[in-house]
Structure formats: C-alpha cells, structure tokens
Design a protein around this ligand. Structure first.
Ligand code: 13P
Ligand code: SF4
Length: 302
C-alpha cells in the first residue's frame, strides 16, 4: 500500500474500531497530520481522561500509553510499537524511591509523568513539563522529592524556596544540547528567539529566552514577532512548528536531536495496530489505583 492508501485504511479502521488517535508533538509529520488530538503530555493526559471512544491508539511512548490506560481503565489502549519507550522513565525504580522516601519522611513525592506506573504509584502527585512549577508550589510540604528528571527538578527549584531532593535521571535527547553549540547558534542568528524544553541542562536553560513544554512552544511560536526561532527540543516539534508557521524559520538550537522511542512508530504501524488490536497496554489494578490518584491530583491542581 502507498501512503495515501494506508491513511485511508487508518481512517476506515478508526470508525470500525471506535478509535481515536492521540499523538505527541515528537511524532513524525505524517502521523501528526492524521491525529485526532496532537499535543504535549498534559494535553494528552487530559484528552485520555475525556474521550468517549472505546479505543485509544497512542502515538507516543510507553509511559504516555500507560497514563492513558490508568486514567481510562475501561478503554483499550494500543501503543503501535514495543520500541516506543522513554529511557528516562526507566531511570526511576520503585524500590529506590521507597528508600529515598524513608530518608526524607517529611517530603512529598512529585513525579514527572515520564515515569513507570509503579513509580507513579509510589508518588503523591504527578506533573508534566507544563505544570511542574505550579504543582510543586501547591504542595503542602517544604520538602519535595522530585523524580525522575534532575533537569526539570532543578528548573523548578529556580521558582521555589522549598528543598527539592533530585533524582539522578535525565533525558538523553535534551541532555545532548550543549551551551557551546547554543552560543554558536545565537551568534549566527542574533535576532532569533531561543526557546528550550525544561529537560535541557541548567547551562542551556540559562541561555534561553523562553523555557516551555512542547505545547507552550506551539503557542509562543505563533505569537512571537521573531522571524527566526532557535528550538532546543526534539526534531518532531520543529517539524510541527515549521508546518504551522510557514512565514517563520525554525532551526534546531545546535545539531538536530531525535528521540528513537518517539520515532519508532511509522504510519504502517498505526494501521497494523488498528487492524490487529496490538499492542495493548495492560497493567494490574493494584498499581493503577495508586498511580491514578497521583495523576488525578495533578489534573485537579493544574
Ligand atoms: P512535553 O510534555 O513538553 O510534550 O514533553 C514530553 C517529553 O517527553 C519531552 O521529552
Ligand atoms: Fe523520553 Fe527524552 Fe524521548 Fe521525551 S525526548 S520521550 S523524555 S527520551
């Protein structure tokens, strides 16, 4: 089948299977353009909790499909490829988190959604890059264990006097952005706006004009008067920004960085997932119930 035939089949199967396609901003352009909902982790968690369809095909990575399943346990959630994983989510494990909680008994645990269901289940509340500052500031404790992204946690620390104990996790994609390459990019484009994701390292964040979640970038890209925008995040985001704002120029802030988990899914995989009902996300209710509390608290806070 050629591309158009695959898209036609996906549309047909979506109706037949009563399915919606939730798509993260880092997916390839062809998948972004057939999305029912395209967004950042927060938008997609909200949609997963709201949508009426009985099947969600999640074009993103495993923790996003798990979040959708936890928030909508009665729905069938399909993640088209097993390789669609987030290495940062694997950096936190529940046993080690339990130890850290024992070391800091007064601390509340704020867990970035880029984490396993088991780690969410050990947490007081979840957050995303769009609401982390707000969530931490709303916690009724002066001590916070922040897991698993040390860069996002350090970014949040800039806005609060609370003591934040950082987990030693990071995103291998955003961590590749280096201050030196960004300084070079700024020299080459002195009038450009520089926006970066809060998963970038502190020296990169220090250089940025704006620090934003991927949906925050969509908003600022449309509003800014700047004609050139340097973007410190994954390549799929830059593709979306360029597609939606053809009169502006979007460049990676340094070499282009791609997330192999996000890029594991192709159009044909979406078609096969719908045709064969694979790969279904399944989790025990004993894990989903406490993880759901942490996610629902996030949705009610922010
Ligand atoms: P956003 O929630 O900002 O889309 O980020 C998700 C992610 O995985 C960033 O690497
Ligand atoms: Fe995980 Fe980083 Fe990929 Fe986001 S970009 S899914 S944090 S590895």
């Amino acid at each position: 089948m050629d591309k158009n035939e695959i898209i036609t089949e996906i549309q047909r199967l979506k109706k037949e299977e009563d399915a919606v396609l939730l798509v993260h901003n880092y997916q390839i352009g062809d998948i972004q353009r057939i999305a029912d909902f395209l967004g950042d982790s927060l938008d997609l968690s909200r949609k997963a909790a709201e949508v009426k369809a009985s099947t969600i095909v999640f074009c993103g990575v495993d923790f996003m499909a798990e979040t959708a399943k936890i928030l909508s346990p009665e729905k069938r959630v399909l993640l088209p490829r097993r390789e669609a994983t987030c290495p940062m989510a694997a950096m936190a494990v529940p046993e080690a988190l339990k130890k850290m909680k024992a070391q800091h008994p007064k601390a509340k645990v704020v867990t970035y959604v880029n984490s396993s269901a088991e780690v969410k289940a050990e947490s007081d509340v979840c957050c995303t890059s769009a609401n982390a500052v707000k969530i931490v500031s709303q916690m009724d404790s002066d001590e916070i264990i922040f897991t698993p992204d040390k860069n996002l946690g350090a970014y949040v620390q800039r806005f609060t006097d609370k003591t934040i104990y950082l987990w030693d996790g990071y995103c291998y994609v955003h961590n590749q952005f280096e201050a030196e390459e960004i300084i070079e990019a700024r020299k080459a484009h002195p009038d450009a706006l520089l926006m970066v994701h809060p998963e970038c390292s502190p020296p990169v964040i220090d250089l940025a004009d704006e620090v934003l979640s991927t949906s925050g970038m969509v908003r600022v890209a449309a509003e800014t008067k700047a004609k050139t925008i340097l973007v410190g995040t994954e390549a799929g985001m830059i593709e979306r920004l360029q597609y939606e704002n053809p009169d502006k120029r979007f460049l990676s802030a340094g070499t282009v960085k791609t997330c192999s988990g996000m890029k594991a899914i192709g159009l044909e995989d979406v078609y096969i997932a719908l045709r064969d009902g694979i790969i279904e996300t399944k989790l025990p209710e004993s894990i989903m119930a406490p993880a759901r509390l942490a996610l629902e608290r996030m949705l009610s806070y922010a």
